[in-house]
Write a protein that binds this ligand. Structure first.
Ligand code: SF4
Ligand code: SF4
Length: 133
């Protein structure tokens, strides 16, 4: 992948914020503290996790995000659980499939999405109507 972090973040912001349930009718982030959004607060880690994967298996990207982003996120408990994720309040997790789709767009890669229905537990495994993959 030869895109810069800024380019990749712009693609992901364009894709995710436009469908995020936190988005206001004015088109702004409705979080009390928009910089607290884990997806963009930790975007360098997100981008590095993406760049660390060379496989066409989408699960490896998901695992890389769990491994490289969630493990350094202040919201993750020592046992690996995350209350924010459990309450579907983490945009990175809630829109993980869309994030990966944005990565596909950015890298022009083709992922094997056939196994998405067997993802580990979490909102990404139950994407709901906002997921367009
Ligand atoms: S919570 Fe995150 S993904 Fe959602 S609108 Fe705010 S910055 Fe964008
Ligand atoms: S799922 Fe939890 S630990 Fe992972 S990035 Fe989101 S808030 Fe942080």
């Amino acid at each position: 992948m030869d895109r810069s972090f800024k380019e990749l973040e712009a693609i992901v912001r364009n894709r995710i914020c436009s469908v995020c349930t936190e988005r206001t009718t004015e088109g702004q982030c409705g979080l009390e503290s928009p910089p607290s959004c884990a997806l963009f607060r930790l975007f360098p880690q997100v981008a590095r996790a993406i760049q660390s994967v060379t496989s066409d298996d989408i699960h490896q990207y998901i695992e890389a995000i769990r491994r490289d982003v969630c493990t350094v996120c202040e919201a993750q408990a020592r046992d690996g659980s995350c209350e924010v994720r459990r309450q579907v309040q983490c945009a990175l997790d809630a829109y993980l499939l869309l994030v990966v789709d944005a990565i596909e767009e950015a890298t022009a890669r083709t992922f094997d999405k056939t196994g998405i229905g067997t993802l580990p537990a979490g909102p990404a495994a139950h994407p709901g109507p906002q997921i367009r993959l």
